[in-house]
Design a protein around this ligand. Structure first.
Ligand code: SF4
Length: 459
């Protein structure tokens, strides 16, 4: 139970508390004061007061809040780390993407490493951040008017056990599909006037390949007028058990440049345990089926899946590398609220999880992949991260733009969040569409008008 004299710090501090198992039960009282250019944080725990002082000049209210959060979290992290003997891989960094913080420092004319060290980030993660910034350099572009388009297809063949996306088995939602496709067509037709420089298109889910080839063709045909400049075009095809030649053909006909084969693991036992209705052989078959089309391929893996051993995970990494996709994304299991696995945290052996991640980094590096994007989520097992790896020259523009928030994002469909950047990206306004399909369908017309207002109407 944590209390703090400043209300705006409470949620930030709770993010730190959640990183330490059992800390939520500890009676912690934190006080923060800012006087004469010094942040003073007093953390009372076990009848002892720990005082931390950090000098900082705040230019405005925004900077005050940002630095207040930083030093309050750092103070609490020190106390909990000492109390539990646990050092976390990203130290007291929560609530901000590591690369974004690094860029902030670099843009201020400072190397980012000293701040990361101060925030107790592990040296290998400081090195990883440096590599990610280098890895994304070829596609990183800050320019007013840059925009990416996301098309949401929240349909899946079946619901996987660990997933908390708003997506439903297509057998239950197929009845909405004709109306859904019509709504997407309307949204996409209205989008053209709002986009200045299209950087990429991403058709995601769910599992876009849960649709039949003709249905997928309808979606891609509605996207075609937007994509006159031949920019990067991803269809997150998805689960390998949905792959057919016809769907790949549809992608080729519409100029798709990149697809995803979401393996997650190459262990059949793990796949069965997590409710994926496909096998490792299905993944190999999907790669073989896609090979003649020449798409760049991304393959997803997850570290920390329930019951998966270190050896099984390493074998999955090796097998993914052997299939030689352009991109491999290594996620850490995210224990999202609502997912059943949230209750199974204790099953994860965090020591081995760290070993899994270390193995993936070493193996991918040795195979010639470079990390090019990196993000963390709130309930990630072991407080680790997700990393996208790419062979040279194959970094995905969409992922970099979205993770670094350096371009507008125009997102259509149910459960899609559009983002518009203002003041060179210093301010971001969001517009979300309803998560469930019937509500989305009822509001499609209204969403088009709201988005037009956010994006400023006609160019
Ligand atoms: S296929 Fe992906 S989006 Fe669909 S239920 Fe499984 S994990 Fe979730």
């Amino acid at each position: 139970m944590l209390t703090c004299n400043e209300e705006f710090l409470q949620p930030e501090l709770m993010d730190v508390v959640r990183l330490f198992e059992g800390a939520q039960e500890l009676p912690i009282a934190q006080t923060m004061r800012y006087e004469s250019g010094v942040f003073e944080n007093t953390v009372a725990l076990d009848g002892q007061a720990h005082v931390f002082r950090d000098e900082a000049v705040c230019a405005d209210a925004l900077q005050y809040k940002s630095l207040a959060k930083r030093y309050a979290k750092l103070a609490l992290y020190h106390v909990l780390s000492e109390r539990t003997g646990i050092r976390l891989p990203w130290g007291a960094l929560t609530g901000i993407r590591p690369t974004r913080l690094a860029y902030q420092e670099l843009e201020a004319g400072r190397p980012f490493e000293p701040l990361f060290e101060r925030m107790c980030v592990a040296p290998d993660n400081i090195a990883l951040t440096r590599r990610v910034i280098e890895g994304q350099r070829p596609v990183y572009e800050r320019r007013e008017g840059n925009c990416d388009v996301f098309v949401s297809l929240p349909f899946c063949p079946t619901k996987c056990e660990y997933c908390s996306f708003i997506t439903a088995p297509i057998a239950a939602t197929r009845k909405y599909l004709p109306e859904y496709l019509a709504a997407l067509r309307q949204e996409l037709a209205a989008a053209g006037a709002l986009i200045e420089n299209l950087r990429s298109v991403y058709v995601g889910g769910g599992t876009p390949f849960a649709l039949e080839a003709e249905e997928l063709a309808e979606v891609l045909a509605a996207i075609a007028p937007l994509r006159k400049n031949g920019c990067e075009y991803t269809v997150e095809a998805g689960r390998p058990d949905t792959f057919t030649r016809e769907k790949l053909e549809v992608c080729r006909e519409h100029g798709v440049t990149r697809i995803c084969i979401n393996a997650q693991s190459f262990s059949d036992a793990t796949l069965a345990r997590i409710g994926r209705k496909h096998t490792a052989q299905d993944v190999r078959d999907a790669f073989a089926l896609a090979a003649p089309y020449g798409f760049a391929i991304n393959c997803d893996l997850i570290a920390g899946l329930t019951g998966e051993s270190f050896e099984e995970f390493c074998a999955s990494v090796d097998e993914a590398i052997a299939l030689s996709p352009e991109n491999i994304t290594v996620h850490t299991l995210c224990l999202k609220t609502g997912a059943r696995l949230k209750e199974e945290t204790s099953r994860l052996h965090e020591g081995r999880l760290a070993d899994m991640i270390a193995y993936s980094r070493a193996a991918l590096t040795a195979a010639g992949y470079e990390p090019y994007y990196l993000y963390r989520q709130k309930y990630m097992a072991g407080a680790h991260e997700n990393v996208g790896w790419a062979k040279p020259g194959t970094a995905c523009v969409y992922n970099v733009d979205v993770m670094e928030e350096i371009a507008d994002n125009l997102a259509v469909g149910a459960n899609a969040v559009s983002k518009k950047l203002f003041a060179g990206g210093k301010r971001i306004e969001r517009h979300g569409s309803p998560k469930d399909i019937p509500t989305y369908l009822a509001k499609a017309g209204q969403l088009i008008a709201e988005r037009a207002a956010l994006f400023g109407g006609q160019r």
